[in-house]
Design a binder for this molecule. Structure first.
Ligand code: GLU
Length: 280
């Protein structure tokens, strides 16, 4: 089977070496390598960062196959998937207005998503309240796991099998009133719709995989294989964060680094001096 991979940056800042590593690995493993712009967060996604992503990939000579897939242009697909889950009775409206609802629009790097107290779970349906009050839609994890016949596991690219457990899956937010899809829902709909057979992404996103696998089962979507790669760190163990003055790819380009040579090296796991790979 022809392996299809994707690079799915959120245009909320300039890319750094960690993104370049992920992109180079995805390119290496994919007979077809797609670029997906995850721009569903209206508060953080900015068009100039989409331009920046294209510039950085051009410099790295990592050319995506086909036109970029832009999530903000595909919200009808996510709405249709949510409707299917509503029809199955596996989601419920949530009227809570907490910071974690805002965070649902971008990938939850580093933790499995905050636990939800279940305040709105089991409320009687109230269409008038729904019409009058902004609300999000949450997965009813217990019902969803029962409907799927258990928590699905996943297979990594090296062939190892990983079991999921109910504790890895909370009542994840799937949509908000002002944003018709969360990261999780858009990700599974697009991975399936784009024919992605191997999901290449950082190991910091591994906590997202159980809930995404569950959504795939509930929506009858194919099961991809996963490559959760180590993260690029500074030699001293610091993450590549803006506050740590991690150089952007744009800055490396301006400093005269050869983008193509960098991408070739990253693709075989060779990093520039001063960086190393580590699992989170
Ligand atoms: N958009 C996510 C990010 O910026 C990537 C999500 C994924 O690869 O599943 O890290």
């Amino acid at each position: 089977m022809r392996v299809i991979t994707r690079f799915a940056p959120s245009p909320t800042g300039r890319l750094h070496l960690g993104h370049a590593y992920s992109a180079a690995l995805g390119r290496k493993h994919g007979a077809r390598w797609l670029l997906r712009i995850e721009d569903l967060d209206p508060g953080r996604a900015r068009p100039e960062f989409v331009v920046g992503i294209r510039e950085d990939l051009a410099w790295l000579e990592l050319e995506p196959d086909g036109a970029p897939i832009v999530q903000s242009e595909r919200t009808h697909l996510y709405a249709a998937a949510l409707d299917r889950l509503k029809a199955q009775g596996l989601v419920y409206p949530c009227f809570c207005t907490r910071a974690d609802i805002a965070a649902s629009l971008t990938a939850p790097h580093g933790d499995a998503g905050s636990a939800y107290a279940g305040t709105c779970r089991g409320l009687p349906d109230d269409p008038d309240r729904r019409a009058a009050t902004p609300h999000s839609w949450r997965l009813d994890a217990a019902k969803a796991i029962a409907a799927a016949g258990g928590v699905p596991g996943w297979i990594e690219q090296d062939g190892s099998r990983h079991e999921g457990s109910a504790a890895m899956i909370g009542d994840a937010i799937l949509a908000r009133k002002d944003a018709p899809s969360s990261y999780h829902l858009a990700c599974v709909v697009d991975d399936a719709d784009n024919g992605v057979s191997l999901v290449v992404r950082g190991a910091d996103l591994k906590p997202s995989t159980p809930v995404q696998r569950l959504l795939q089962v509930l929506l009858g979507l194919p099961e991809p294989t996963y490559l959760h790669h180590p993260l690029v760190l500074h030699d001293d163990g610091r993450r590549l964060a803006k506050r740590d003055q991690a150089p952007t790819l744009a800055a490396m380009r301006e400093a005269g680094v050869d983008g193509r040579a960098l991408a070739d090296a990253l693709g075989v796991g060779i990093l520039p001096t001063g960086y190393r790979l580590a699992l989170p």
